[in-house]
Design a protein around this ligand. Structure first.
Ligand code: CS2
Length: 495
């Protein structure tokens, strides 16, 4: 390939690539975003780009990487510019996004992060840091004192390293300086994510200073949001395609699907960008939308991840090409939909069919192994809560039991040919210890994993028919392998 210059200005971008509809340098920053990974760049940064082009305002984003330095190095060398590829059967659309002003790597510039958090211009702090980064005890809503970042930040609150610690210290300094607080906007796949993060920040703050906790509780807005866009990790191919289409080297390029959705509670006391310009929907209560997306899209995704990975499907699209598994996906989507209350303006059947079509997108290489990560953080809202609702409604529990049994088999950390893989779960050590103490038959594996009491609620754990179903499915998977368990399960659907 001929060498191309680095993408750092808009003037050199090849024809045919969509450019921002505004002059980036004429807009100041108003948002600090913690966790500037691919998802943020494919989602909230795009809505902000649309809002800047249409509504204007000083709403550019200062990104923060909490762990690594790569994204900061890549984006800062490009003046924050990056390419977004939207891929589908209809073709690939390239667009330059200019809403990110710069990125700070927290591990080497904590003072820079604090400065951004306490800048009077900062009115929103948004977050995509993954479920496990918060350190929330799901059942109590309080901080998990055993979480490494929470433990560190409680011991030294003025020198935070974690999400909750940064939010709390930023708010403390703003209050001390007489500045209005920023609005905290959680964009992670957690149920009632705003409420959850609020409970955690308030609990953390009260442990540091009771007055601060009370002040946050009464002055800081934490709107909940439902976010959606399937965004696989970038690959070598992403970067090569971008170099060809844009005519510039872009080390921060990302790829995603055409679909995008954002439902937000409209509670922004310090103002917000005109995100509705890009199609964001503002509602009074996001909870039913979150529940729908978590149990249908993400629930089916997790089922696909565990069953698909073990059946040899590298990508979600391969799982959808697996006859038996795609039938189980349809079953799962229907079962999850049945657990939901009707939602005005939404046809759940059509939503489920659209999800299946999105999973089939042949141009999106979304690894099952990527989705399988952090299972214990994902299972509760994606599979276990829906299973409990199904139980309450007297519905069939089997689709959920199948997905959970697939996860249990995945927890063994070995493919069917005996080769191993890393589990990549924050409870990995506890899973390993529980399994080591079991006799490794279906019953003892299921007992051991149901013993993770911060993952499985007592209601499900103590429900004998559920336990029997999970154990029976797991035993079929262990005996005949995942593919034959899938096929057997799918055959039962025909009857
Ligand atoms: C996926 C999500 O990796 C995962 O766990 O289920 O990232 C999913 O792709 C997004 O929530 C789609 O909006």
């Amino acid at each position: 390939m001929t060498r191309v210059p680095r993408l750092d200005a808009l003037k050199d971008v090849a024809a045919g690539v969509q450019l921002p509809g505004y002059a980036p340098q004429t807009h100041g920053a108003g948002i600090v975003h913690l966790g500037i990974g691919a998802f943020h760049r494919a989602h909230q940064a795009v809505y902000t780009d649309d809002a800047l082009a249409d509504g204007g305002g000083d709403w550019r984003i200062i990104g923060v990487s909490l762990r690594g330095t790569d994204v900061a190095d890549a984006l800062n060398a490009q003046n924050g510019l990056y390419t977004l590829l939207e891929r589908s059967e209809a073709g690939t659309h390239a667009r330059i996004i200019a809403s990110v002003a710069r990125v700070i790597a927290a591990t080497r510039d904590r003072a820079g992060v604090m400065k951004a958090l306490t800048d009077p211009a900062t009115r929103i702090v948004s977050l995509t840091v993954t479920e496990k980064a918060y350190g929330i005890q799901r059942d109590t809503g309080r901080v998990d004192l055993a979480h490494p970042a929470i433990a560190h930040d409680l011991a030294d609150p003025q020198n935070p390293i974690g999400v909750i610690g940064f939010l709390c210290e930023g708010l403390r300094l703003r209050r001390a300086e007489g500045l209005p607080p920023f609005t905290v906007l959680c964009c992670d796949n957690l149920p009632e994510n705003g409420k959850m993060v609020r409970a955690c920040v308030v609990d953390f703050a009260k442990r540091v200073d009771t007055d601060l906790g009370d002040w946050i509780a009464s002055h800081v807005a934490f709107p909940s949001t439902m976010v959606d866009r399937i965004t696989p990790a970038s690959t070598e191919k992403t970067l090569l395609d971008v170099a060809r289409m844009v005519g510039a080297e872009d080390q921060a390029a990302i790829e995603t699907e055409p679909f995008i959705q954002w439902v937000i509670e409209d509670h922004f006391p310090q103002g917000r960008p005109a995100w509705e310009v890009g199609g964001a929907i503002f509602v009074d209560d996001v909870a039913p939308y979150e529940q729908m997306k978590l149990s249908m899209l993400n629930g089916a995704h997790s089922m696909i991840a565990y069953a698909g990975f073990l059946a040899g499907c590298t990508y979600v699209r391969d799982a959808m090409g697996n006859r038996g598994l795609s039938q189980l996906v349809a079953r799962h989507l229907n079962a999850a939909a049945e657990t939901l209350e009707p939602l005005s303006g939404i046809d759940l059947d059509a939503y489920g069919q659209a999800l299946a079509a999105r999973f089939c997108n042949p141009e999106i290489a979304h690894e099952t192994y990527q989705i399988a990560m952090d299972g214990t953080e994902k299972l509760p809202q994606r599979l276990l809560k829906p299973a409990l609702r199904a139980l309450d409604n007297g519905q069939d529990l089997r689709p959920f039991a199948f997905a959970v049994a697939a996860w249990m088999r995945y927890c063994l950390g070995k493919r069917e040919d005996g080769t191993g893989y890393a589990l990549r779960d924050p409870r990995e050590a506890r899973i390993a210890a529980a399994l080591a103490a079991s006799t490794m038959d279906a019953g003892s594996i299921s007992d051991a994993l149901h013993g993770l009491s911060d993952v499985f609620s007592a209601e499900l754990r103590d429900h004998a028919p559920w336990r029997e179903m999970v154990e029976a499915i797991l035993s079929v998977i262990l005996e005949g392998g995942m593919q034959s368990a899938i096929d057997l399960e799918a055959r039962q659907l025909q009857r």
